[in-house]
Design a protein around this ligand. Structure first.
Ligand SMILES: Nc1ncnc2c1ncn2[C@@H]1O[C@H](COP(=O)(O)OP(=O)(O)OP(=O)(O)O)[C@@H](O)[C@H]1O
Length: 283
């Protein structure tokens, strides 16, 4: 189903940065005997790249972030972060690894009782012993990078949703993480804020020399900023390639996403009983 032939992929891979996260043959379900969410999943995330993970609702995109963050462990296979198996780390090693991962969760919730400044300062206060002066400079630099240095003293209730997302972004990069994970960074944003956030994700990634992993449904913005895109289907990779390669793809699965078709290889209905069984009628 892959839209890219493997020979050209191998050749282009050699010119790319080193792999920072590697998912190797991962099988995962949330509990024994429950539905298998991921099966035989393989993915690589390379330094310097913005990589998007897309796919139908409930296909396991957020689960992939949780495996990388070590909140859950795969039943088989490996999730390697900077070459080390996340699933085999001690809690101290895992904490150290997490300090090297910036996370922006769905709707990027801020601490409502802390100012914009203190929200961004929070991870620095938690994880470093920086002097107040140095901390102030770092926070203002991060706020400057997202265009909100002037908003430092405002409370979350005093800023717009788009601004709040940018503060959350500044907080996610406070510790200069080599890996930044975004879960639905564009959810609920108006088109202008959405465009600004997308551009910021790209620009911050370039400025930090980091790797950004983006779980999202917004094809247009994502294809503008991503270097590489994985489409997940049935617990594994349904298609992968650069935005250009995927845009030219004739694969029905890829087309369903790009053309926003309601039904296709990805079914509209979550698996369940038939209509006849639920409504007691023969259809
Ligand atoms: N903690 C959990 N325990 C049990 N099942 C879960 C848990 N979290 C998620 N699931 C199930 O795992 C599947 C994958 O969920 P996940 O959140 O990874 O999907 P997703 O692709 O991110 O979806 P969406 O795009 O709708 O956010 C879903 O069917 C969900 O119901």
């Amino acid at each position: 189903m892959n839209s890219v032939d493997s020979t050209s992929l191998d050749a282009s891979n050699q010119a790319l940065g080193e792999v920072i996260v590697s998912i190797k043959n991962v099988d995962f379900s949330y509990a024994p005997g429950e539905r298998q969410i991921l099966s035989g999943l393989n993915m690589d995330f390379r330094r310097g790249q913005v990589v998007a993970v897309m796919g139908g609702s409930g296909c396991g995109k957020t689960t992939i972030l949780r495996l990388i963050g070590g909140q859950f462990t795969a039943q088989s296979g490996q999730v390697l972060f900077e070459g080390k198996d996340i699933g085999k780390m001690t809690s101290n090693q895992l904490m150290a690894a997490r300090r090297r991962m910036g996370m922006l969760f769905q709707f990027g919730a801020l601490f409502t009782d802390l100012s914009v400044f203190e929200n961004v300062a929070f991870p620095l206060r938690e994880h470093t012993d920086l002097s107040e002066e140095l901390l102030r400079s770092l926070v203002l630099m991060k706020l400057n990078a997202v265009g909100l240095r002037g908003a430092r003293d405002l409370m979350p209730s005093q800023i717009s949703g788009g601004m709040a997302r940018r503060v959350a972004l500044a907080r996610a990069i406070a510790l200069d993480p080599p890996l930044i994970m975004y879960d639905e960074p564009f959810a609920g944003l108006d088109p202008i804020s959405l465009g600004i956030t997308a551009r910021l994700i790209r620009d911050l990634n370039n400025a930090l020399g980091a790797t950004s992993l983006l779980v999202t449904h917004d094809v247009e913005e994502t294809f503008e900023i991503a270097d590489y895109v994985y489409f997940i289907a049935k617990g594994r990779i349904g298609a992968q390639g650069t935005p250009d390669e995927l845009s030219r793809s004739t694969d029905p699965f890829v087309r369903q996403f790009l053309d926003a078709a309601p039904d296709g290889p990805v079914p509209f209905h979550y698996p369940g009983q038939s209509l006849a069984e639920d409504f007691g009628v023969s259809i």
